[in-house]
Ligand binder design. Structure first.
Ligand SMILES: [Zn+2]
Length: 423
């Protein structure tokens, strides 16, 4: 039985409004505007770890680019190096942030647009270096089912890379801290989950930097790896992401599990398993971008009970064939999987007031030592501090916003998939 603070989307009930109502109450408490300087402390009134949503852009929307904070971030980029590639148009008026691919004969190949024409740049990570390694990655979390997945991974003594969505991080900050404590690796998956080629240069900066700030505020860590939603990237987006310190991760061709289709009941579980079996049987053909034998990187999602369950089966199938699942930092041998200046622990916007060690056992992350988090920042003048744009003004607004974005996401995914199938 749903309450009016839950949203059901294709059989999944999302607890959404409760949080928004709490935030609204806190906005009242914090209305004195007492947040100044570089720290934004938020005292959870009932001893829970909560984020003050009012300090961040609205969930699931492209952040406002006119805020002083975003303008400061934009000023850090050398725009003379960013290719002048036009912003992609959306598939239709309803879905302005899912790119419409031009006909092949009109394609400018110098743009290297992955989501429309499958082009990868040499700097894009698409495989693990060793043929027996499997880069295990989950996108679009965190959410209510994420802990079901991490429990399975813990039982199997495995760690993964989670590409998280900024606005969802604020909703489940403890899950992010658990990821780090359990030795998982966290990567960036933008703020609103829009196709980045459809965003202006400044919108891309706002998406990345707000997500970066949210994750840093929750964990103290600054992400180093980014997976663009839908793999939607071209050379304009690449250059902006590189300048912000990011390494781009796509996935291995043929190893998109298509598990997201379970969310819309577009595919039976047995088809995902069968497709994965085909991929496993032909894993000898996996090649890196420089044509060396390599291990696959999969695309999976921690978004529903079904995707979690199918993931367990895929792990068992692959390990039985000698493929070893692991997080990307481990497979890439990256001993410093976060940007310099990362310092483990809540980064300022939240305080844990009910005791305990919120930093967790960070050494669980392979190759990470304390000094990796305490090095001086590469970037000067980047301390956050100004407030973002306001949150949805009421619970019903928040629910409506979520419902719009959920429908929107479903349409976008389906549209992008149908384009790709026609290639
Ligand atoms: Zn995604």
């Amino acid at each position: 039985m749903k309450t009016d603070r839950q949203v059901e989307y294709h059989g999944i009930v999302y607890n959404y409004g409760d949080k928004a109502a709490e935030d609204k109450a806190e906005e009242g408490e914090d209305a004195t505007g007492g947040h100044g300087g570089g720290h934004e402390h938020e005292h959870g009134s009932r001893g829970k770890n909560r984020m003050n949503m009012a300090l961040y852009p609205p969930r699931n929307y492209v952040p406002d680019v006119n805020s002083p904070q975003v303008k400061a971030w934009v000023a850090e980029i050398d725009w003379s190096k960013v290719p002048n590639i036009p912003v992609a148009t959306g598939i239709d008026a309803e879905s302005p942030h899912y790119p419409k691919c031009p006909p092949v004969e009109e394609l400018d190949r110098t743009t290297c647009w992955w989501s429309c024409y499958g082009c990868t740049a040499p700097t894009d990570i698409i495989t693990c270096p060793s043929a027996n390694q499997w880069g295990l990655t989950y996108d679009d979390g965190p959410n209510a089912v994420t802990r079901d997945l991490t429990r399975i991974l813990q039982e199997k003594k495995l760690t993964a890379t989670f590409f998280v969505v900024g606005s969802r991080v604020l909703e489940f900050p403890d899950i992010l801290r658990e990821h780090v404590a359990q030795g998982h690796h966290i990567g960036m998956h933008t703020w609103s989950h829009s196709g980045l080629t459809t965003l202006t240069n400044h919108e891309i900066v706002a998406e990345i930097r707000w997500t970066e700030k949210a994750i840093r505020d929750v964990t103290g860590l600054t992400m180093k790896y980014v997976r663009p939603p839908f793999g939607d990237i071209d050379n304009r987006v690449r250059e902006i992401l590189h300048q912000m310190g990011y390494t781009i991760v796509i996935w291995t061709k043929g190893w998109d599990t298509n598990d997201w289709k379970l969310l819309m009941h577009e595919i039976p579980q047995r088809e995902i398993i069968q497709n994965f079996k085909v991929a496993l049987d032909s894993r000898a053909i996996v090649r890196s971008s420089n044509d060396k034998l390599a291990g696959p990187i999969t695309l999976e999602h921690d978004v529903s009970n079904d995707t979690v369950l199918v993931s367990k089966t895929l792990i068992e199938m692959a390990t039985a064939k000698g493929l070893q699942p692991m997080n990307l930092a481990t497979c890439l041998g990256d001993m410093t999987p976060y940007q310099r200046g990362s310092k483990l622990g809540p980064g300022g916007a939240v305080e844990k007031i009910n005791g305990g060690d919120s930093t967790g056992s960070y050494r669980g992350m392979t190759g990470m030592e304390e000094q990796d988090f305490n090095t001086p920042s590469q970037r000067g003048g980047k301390k956050g501090g100004t407030k973002g744009s306001s949150s949805p003004s009421s619970t019903s607004d928040a629910v409506a916003a979520f419902r719009r974005s959920a429908v929107y996401a479903a349409m976008g995914l389906a549209s992008v998939a149908s384009i790709m199938l026609t290639l």
